[in-house]
Structure formats: structure tokens, C-alpha cells
Ligand binder design. Structure first.
Ligand SMILES: *Cc1c(COP(=O)(O)O)cnc(C)c1O
Length: 431
């Protein structure tokens, strides 16, 4: 399969190049050249397949030509070592729980898949490959855990000292093995600058194999389509139109859903559920796309003012606003509204959402039609946001899952780093 850039100013590349480079030279995002429909037989069997089996069949459509089938199967099966159960919250509203992976957030799926794809392509490299990742919290933990124990790859997580919650920090500073956490005495932007400078430094490029694990990478983006199939497979009600409500920030998760629909999954429409960062909602309402600086909210993984995957959405629909707005609508909620919905869902149904899931739940409550059935993506375990959620539903009402507890017990181990590039470079050359 060839991959083209959404800007269409760079040559098409193969999967290996798309995965190791991440971004196209013209700064566009890579897209698969063809998105083909799955066989009707596949859909007829959907309810009888395991999550791993159905995901493998989806994966073959994208990666089958570039990765030997046994290897691809192994990668899919290892990635999906956990399930994504569909839970009925109230009549016609379901939660697709994507947080049963190692770091209790949906990013585990993309990060685990990408780590294995990268390891496959880089297995012939004689040198160790270093993955650099700057994080403001969640990405670092998903990427570090995704790569944990993978041979031939070392991960360096750069994060701003004192600016990451304790729960988030523990998920990447306690791992050891091939994961090193660099505690940077600066901001998230400083971390990102250090990473970018390393990629542009000629000497480092000559002496080391460096790569990134960016969220726009096709190997992180495409596997997110898997669980949309798994959601439909678990549905018992068959006669209603299916609506997915997706809590969105960079829009990778929602775009993967659009791809699943293109592959023939019977989805009627999507709702882009946003916090106060509403640039895509505004585009859907007005046809005009205008980026804005992001604002901080209680659903902070969605605080994005210029979502990178929007370019992929435009591309999928040939930049046709009428077509796009026929398939997805947008809605945006304030922190006050998010809290209100989280509290009322808990009170009336007993189901505890995290702040991101609560945004998507509210969108269904407001917009679902009588002939529709709604599935919202629950992207993180509420315990990852214990402080915020306890403030809404009361202390003691947010159970701490065992896996999170294990992380909290681990011992922190970091390398202290300043913001000067020369020191960072010297460190890289010394490892
Ligand atoms: C990253 C993240 C999102 C946003 O997903 P996108 O694919 O960037 O739209 C939503 N919820 C949680 C918990 C996240 O970590």
C-alpha cells in the first residue's frame, strides 16, 4: 500500500517510510491510498469473531501487503491484550470502554500497535533505535508502556518537571528497562523544542538512529478503527441507526471511526464532542475553519486549538463541507456543563464517566433521535482524573484500579535535564 500526503506536495511512500518519518516532507499527514470495503461475509460473522480476529481482518486491508501475515497477526494479537467492552448505561445509550489497557486510556491501542510495527521495520538496524517523545502527560505514559520491553528500541520521555500530575508521572518514571524519563526544568514547549532540535542536528542524525512516536503517525492512527468494529459486534439491538459520539481533541480517534465507516461498518453518523476548544464545531456549523489558541479545561486531553487530524477529515471528504456535515455534527460544552453531565449520569444511572467521556455522553443525551442508538467512547478510566472527578461525585466514589495502584507503588527514577540543547545533545551522545 502506498501512502500519500494530505498536502499532495510530497511523493507517495511505502508503509515503512510513512511509519519511520511520521510527517510528510510537505508537512502533510500520510493517508492510505485506498480504503477498501470489507466483505459482507465479514459483517455477517462480526458477532462471532473475537476482537483480535476482527481487528486482524481490518489490519490486513491496510498493512497486509507490507507485513507478512503471521507477523501482522502477532502484532495485532499482542496489541489487543485487553478488550473494549460495550456497557449499557441507560436505554439506547452505551459506553465503549477503551480504558482497559496498561495505562487506562484509549491511546494504549495506537501506541502498542505502533511500537510493534516500528520494531518490525527497524529490526534489521544494527544500532539501537532511540524514540524521543515530549509529553504533557498522557502521551508519554501510553508510548512508554507501548514500547516497554521491545528489543532494539530505547525510549526517552521528556516531560516538564512539576507540571504533570502524580498519577500521569508515575506511569512513565517507574518503568525502567528500555524507558528513560528526562525531567526537564522547563515547560512542555521546551521539551518539544529539545526533541525538534535533536531531529535537526546533523551530528546526532549521523551518529544515532532517532525517531518519534507522534500521534499523527499512521501506525498510531489507523489501529484506532479496530474498536469501532468491536463496538458494533457487541450490540444486541439491531434495528436502530448507530451514532458514535467521540470526545475529540486532535481528532485522531474520530477520524479512525470515519475510516471504519468507509470500510462498510454500518454507522449512521458521528458526533464530535468537544470541550470549549471548539474550532471543528465552528467549522461544521459555518464552513469556515479558524484555529484558536487552546484554552484549559477539566477535559484537558482535548485542549487543542488546531487539531492535526482535521486535515485527514477534509481529505476524506474532498474538502466538501456539505458532505462532511452530513456525516458528522459538532457540539461543545463548558466545564460547568461537563461537571453537570458527569454528576447526573452518576446519580441517575450509577455509571461513572471520566471528564472526557462525560462530554460525549452529554452530546448523546441532547441529540439522540428516537430511531437512533448512541455509543459514546469512554477514553480514560475516571481514576486517571481522580481529583477532578471526586470534586464532582464526592470523595471515596472513584475506585482506584489495581493497575494504577501498581504504578503508584513504583519508585521514581529520572534524569534531570536543563533546557539547553547542547547539554541534551551531550547526554544523547553519551548513552
Ligand atoms: C487524547 C485523548 C482524547 C482526544 O483524542 P483525539 O484522538 O486527540 O481526538 C480524548 N480523551 C482522552 C482521555 C485522551 O487522552
Amino acid at each position: 500500500m502506498k501512502y500519500y500526503s494530505t498536502n499532495r506536495l510530497s511523493p507517495e511512500v511505502d508503509l515503512r517510510t510513512a511509519v519511520t518519518k511520521g510527517l510528510a516532507p510537505d508537512r502533510g499527514l500520510y493517508m492510505p491510498e485506498t480504503i477498501s470495503e470489507l466483505d459482507p461475509v465479514f459483517f455477517a460473522q462480526l458477532g462471532t469473531l473475537t476482537f483480535q480476529e476482527m481487528a486482524y481482518r481490518v489490519a490486513v486491508k491496510f498493512f497486509g501487503e507490507d507485513i507478512p501475515s503471521e507477523k501482522l497477526k502477532e502484532i495485532v494479537y499482542e496489541t489487543l491484550s485487553f478488550n473494549t467492552p460495550l456497557v449499557e448505561v441507560e436505554p439506547s445509550i452505551y459506553s465503549l470502554e477503551l480504558f482497559h489497557g496498561p495505562t487506562l486510556a484509549f491511546k494504549d491501542v495506537g501506541a502498542r500497535f505502533m511500537a510493534r510495527i516500528l520494531a518490525h521495520f527497524l529490526s534489521e538496524e544494527k544500532q539501537t533505535v532511540h524514540v524521543l517523545v515530549a509529553t504533557s502527560g498522557d502521551t508519554g505514559s501510553a508510548v512508554a508502556n507501548g514500547f516497554l520491553g521491545i528489543e532494539g528500541i530505547k525510549v526517552l520521555v521528556l516531560y516538564p518537571k512539576g507540571k504533570v500530575s502524580e498519577i500521569q508521572e508515575k506511569q512513565f518514571v517507574t518503568l525502567g528497562q528500555n524507558i528513560t524519563a528526562l525531567e526537564v526544568d522547563g515547560s512542555f514547549d521546551d521539551c518539544q523544542t529539545l526533541v525538534k532540535s535533536a531531529f535537526m542536528d546533523e551530528e546526532l542524525q549521523r551518529k544515532m538512529v532517532l525517531t518519534s512516536a507522534n500521534s499523527i503517525n499512521v501506525a498510531r492512527f489507523l489501529p484506532q478503527a479496530f474498536y469501532y468494529f468491536n463496538a458494533v459486534a457487541q450490540l444486541k439491538e439491531k434495528h436502530k441507526k448507530i451514532v458514535f459520539s467521540v470526545p475529540s481533541g486532535n481528532f485522531g480517534n474520530l477520524t479512525a471511526g470515519l475510516i471504519a465507516k468507509r470500510m462498510g461498518l454500518p454507522v449512521s453518523r458521528f458526533i464530535a464532542a468537544n470541550n470549549s476548544n471548539d474550532v471543528v464545531c465552528n467549522y461544521l456549523h459555518t464552513g469556515v475553519y479558524k484555529t484558536k489558541p487552546s484554552v484549559q479545561t477539566i477535559a484537558n486531553a482535548m485542549d487543542v486549538g488546531d487539531p492535526s487530524n482535521f486535515a485527514r477529515i477534509l481529505d476524506l471528504f474532498g474538502h466538501d463541507h456539505t458532505w462532511i456535515s452530513g456525516v458528522m455534527s459538532g457540539t461543545s460544552y463548558t466545564d460547568g456543563q461537563i461537571k453537570e453531565s458527569l454528576a447526573s449520569c452518576y446519580k441517575h444511572t450509577g455509571y461513572l464517566c471520566d471528564p472526557h467521556g462525560a462530554v460525549a455522553y452529554r452530546a448523546l443525551k441532547e441529540q439522540l433521535q428516537p430511531d437512533e442508538l448512541g455509543i459514546f467512547l469512554e477514553t480514560a478510566d475516571p481514576a486517571k482524573f481522580t481529583e477532578t472527578v471526586e470534586e464532582i461525585v464526592g470523595k471515596g466514589n472513584v475506585p482506584m484500579p489495581e493497575r494504577l495502584h501498581e504504578f503508584m507503588k513504583g519508585k521514581k527514577k529520572t534524569v534531570e535535564m536543563g533546557v539547553e540543547f547542547e547539554k541534551f545533545k551531550k547526554y544523547l551522545l553519551s548513552i
